[in-house]
Design a binder for this molecule. Structure first.
Ligand code: ZN
Length: 177
């Protein structure tokens, strides 16, 4: 996303190279360097006893009506697992048990006002409580076996990559690969 003014003093931001030659928006008035990073997200990849994965149908933009993994942005200073459990509680009304990291990679998040990068962490998880109660972000949920994943109807590119990683399909992204 492009910012024009300094968040500290409202001076004009300029593209300026630091001592390492890396360019950051820098305030022309107070010298504040506006570092920008990919925003971290946490997504529980919840599997049941039949190894089916839980997907939710988005009721919000972007990708309204597409199937997605539950999850969302971490709050400032929030630990990964705390945010992961919070998202499961908010979106699904359930408690989860995290089992291990499936994949971590960067994606681009697009919406009407601009684009920014996301740093996506996918954590294999299991339900501790079984009654799912959706919030307003999603209109439906379903359990999908590997052969029934709605590949053509998934929300973000990262949803597809995460599920391919989970099922060891070409196009997945291993953490160290
Ligand atoms: Zn400034």
């Amino acid at each position: 996303m492009n910012y024009k003014f300094c968040p500290k003093c409202a001076g004009k931001l300029e593209e300026k190279a630091n001592h390492e030659g890396v360019i950051h928006p820098t305030c022309s008035k107070c010298g504040f360097v506006f570092y920008q990073n990919s925003k971290p997200t946490a997504s529980p990849v919840i599997l049941n006893d039949k190894d089916e994965v839980l997907l939710v149908k988005r009721a919000i933009e972007p990708h309204f009506g597409k199937w997605d993994l539950p999850g969302g942005f971490l709050e400032n200073g929030e630990e990964l697992i705390v945010g992961l459990k919070r998202e499961a509680r908010e979106e699904l009304g359930v408690e989860i048990e995290p089992l291990g990291i499936i994949s971590i990679f960067v994606d681009k998040y697009g919406y009407a006002k601009g684009d920014f990068f996301t740093f996506n962490v996918f954590v294999k998880s299991r339900l501790k409580s079984s009654k799912i109660k959706l919030d307003s972000e999603n209109s439906d949920f379903g359990w999908f076996a590997k052969e029934n994943v709605p590949w053509g109807d998934l929300a973000f590119a990262n949803t597809t990559i995460a599920l391919k990683t989970l099922y060891n399909l070409p196009g997945g992204r291993e953490i160290l690969g």
